[in-house]
Design a protein around this ligand. Structure first.
Ligand SMILES: Cc1cc2nc3c(=O)[nH]c(=O)nc-3n(C[C@H](O)[C@H](O)[C@H](O)COP(=O)(O)OP(=O)(O)OC[C@H]3O[C@@H](n4cnc5c(N)ncnc54)[C@H](O)[C@@H]3O)c2cc1C
Length: 505
């Protein structure tokens, strides 16, 4: 952020939110509802609202958790489908922003590239690059709230397979799917075994000649009804908000129960999942090879398929699974480690995402660059030594929005407390020598293991530990003392006009 002429009077807002996906819209709602006197703006790098649900356009794109928990708690998801397609989720997010006037706070085409905290000015100086004009925009804010998701939008994970240049068909990564990809009647191979692969395979199989899912190792796959039977009944008997809350809580509790049982009785859950899979497939199908992972349930995220669509495509012969490894791409497809060949016209590399912490921002605190990997996470949403800064990062074992919404509530509670007591800054400080650092996310998935060392750490105990448990977090957000000995508050030391000058200097 150095080297250019500085705007000596940049625009100031009380809270600056980065990102206009689900978590950014949720943050906007809470700020304007609980803190109506605070000014806020949302800076979004892309030309539209919706984040993930606008970016991904591959066939079949859908949620893999239920919309009653992925939706905003304040705006009922009113469709009968619990597992929703990408376009419906995108519309829901945009309609929510419009309905609550949050869209008027969003500035599209603003990629935030750096933020510098000044303790003298008691504020952040933020620099954004306009993605449409290339112009640099500077703002200041008292509180910076990162709602920038968790992965790199420009660079997905694309392992270097040998021989790709020889392949005469088309290779596509799902993150860059476009409408001109013609797969009707063609032989398609999808490389991968995660949520994207199990979504793509049945969707492509509706029009392709045949789809093969090529996986190095299997994932746990569970079929659930696309429509929640309770939802229809509840909506007939109760008001939309009451019905929504009821189904939301039912799903929260069932997911927690499933997760806890998986942790305590993994063998039982493995057996149940396997029985579920066997029931959906023809007798004699090799479930052991293709659907029996080597890890325990919830060591990685489970894959959910609505109304058994993946199994149906396999049963009807429109799709098949091969568990093997790519040795090389050839002119006509893939040669496998086992010596087998797969012929293909289109190869989809559903090989995953690259994680990206805090939107790739360069963060400085009083002139020092923040080393994210050595920072400790406070209450799952702030960082040790970083004043007036929060980030939204959802659950890995339940819907993302559940946690992001609690984070927004916590931030608003903290800001209200600061206002009431005349504090200008709130900084989590880890001063407990007995605290040990642990990885942020304890998943064994490749995309986590590849980048987790660049992420901040969680601590071994409260308030530095992540519980991945909605009920515990809900109580903490509403009731935990804000003055807990780990959060340091500083009083105002400068007037607003002096602060603006100090931050810009
Ligand atoms: C294909 C797919 C399916 C998924 N399905 C589910 C599901 O079913 N259930 C579930 O719980 N989770 C799911 N997830 C996780 C999902 O990303 C979250 O559910 C949720 O949509 C994330 O919302 P978000 O607003 O936090 O982040 P995002 O949706 O990623 O939005 C972040 C926004 O911030 C913007 N941004 C990032 N960096 C900057 C910057 N530096 N400056 C300005 N703007 C910036 C981005 O452009 C984007 O618009 C899925 C993820 C993927 C990729």
């Amino acid at each position: 952020m150095a080297g250019e002429a500085l705007d000596t009077n940049p625009e100031h807002v009380d809270v600056l939110v980065v990102g206009a996906g689900i978590s950014g819209i949720d943050a906007g709602y809470h700020i304007q509802t609980s803190l109506p006197d605070k000014t806020y703006a949302i800076l979004e790098a892309r030309g539209c609202i919706g984040g993930t649900w606008d970016l991904f356009r591959y066939p079949g794109i859908r949620s893999d958790s239920d919309m009653y928990t992925l939706g905003f708690p304040f705006r009922p998801w009113s469709s009968d489908t619990s597992i929703a397609d990408g376009a419906s989720i995108r519309d829901y997010v945009r309609d929510t922003a419009r309905e609550y006037g949050i869209d008027s706070k969003i500035r599209l085409h603003h990629r935030v590239v750096g933020a510098a905290w000044s303790s003298d000015g008691q504020r952040w100086a933020v620099e954004a690059q306009r993605t449409d004009t290339g112009e640099t925009v500077r703002m200041t804010c008292s509180f910076l709230f990162m709602c920038s998701g968790y992965y790199n939008y420009e660079n997905p994970y694309e392992p270097e397979f040998p021989g790709t240049d020889r392949f005469t068909g088309r290779i596509v990564h799902p993150q860059f799917w476009s409408d001109d990809i013609d797969y009707a009647g063609k032989r398609v191979v999808v490389i991968g075994s995660g949520a994207t692969a199990v979504t793509l395979v049945p969707a492509l199989a509706r029009h392709a000649g045949h789809v093969t899912m090529l996986q190095r190792s299997p994932s746990y796959v569970i079929s659930l009804p696309a429509e929640d039977p309770l939802a229809r009944v509840a909506r007939r008997l109760l008001s939309p908000q009451h019905a929504y809350s009821l189904i939301r809580w039912k799903n929260v509790l069932l997911t927690m129960l499933h997760f806890q049982l998986s942790r305590r009785r993994p063998e039982l859950i493995k057996k149940l999942i396997r029985k579920g899979v066997e029931r959906q497939l023809p007798g004699g199908y090799d479930v052991e090879t293709h659907f029996t992972p080597r890890y325990n349930p919830w060591d990685q995220r489970l894959c959910l398929v609505p109304d058994a669509d993946l199994f149906e495509a396999i049963c009807e012969g429109r799709a098949s699974i091969v568990t093997d490894q790519v040795e090389t791409f050839t002119e006509r497809g893939l040669r496998l480690a086992s010596g087998g060949e797969l012929e293909a016209d289109v190869i989809v590399t559903a090989t995953g995402l690259n994680l990206l912490a805090l939107g790739g921002l360069e963060i400085r605190v009083d002139g020092h660059e923040l080393d994210l990997s050595s920072a400790m996470i406070y209450r799952g949403c702030m960082l040790s030594g970083v004043p007036n800064f929060a980030f939204a990062f959802g659950y890995t074992n339940a819907s993302w929005t559940l946690k992001c919404d609690l984070t927004s509530q916590y931030v608003c509670r903290l800001l209200a407390h600061m206002e009431k007591h005349g504090y200008a800054a709130a900084t989590p400080q880890n001063r407990d020598p007995s605290l040990t650092a642990q990885p942020f996310v304890d998943f064994s998935s490749g995309y986590v293991l590849r980048s987790i060392d660049k992420f901040p750490k969680q601590g071994s105990k409260r308030p530095w530990r992540l519980y991945q448990n909605y009920a515990l977090d809900l109580v903490a957000v509403k009731r935990a003392p804000l003055e807990d000995g780990a959060m340091m508050f500083s009083p105002h030391t400068v007037s607003r006009s002096a602060a603006a000058l100090a931050a810009a200097a």
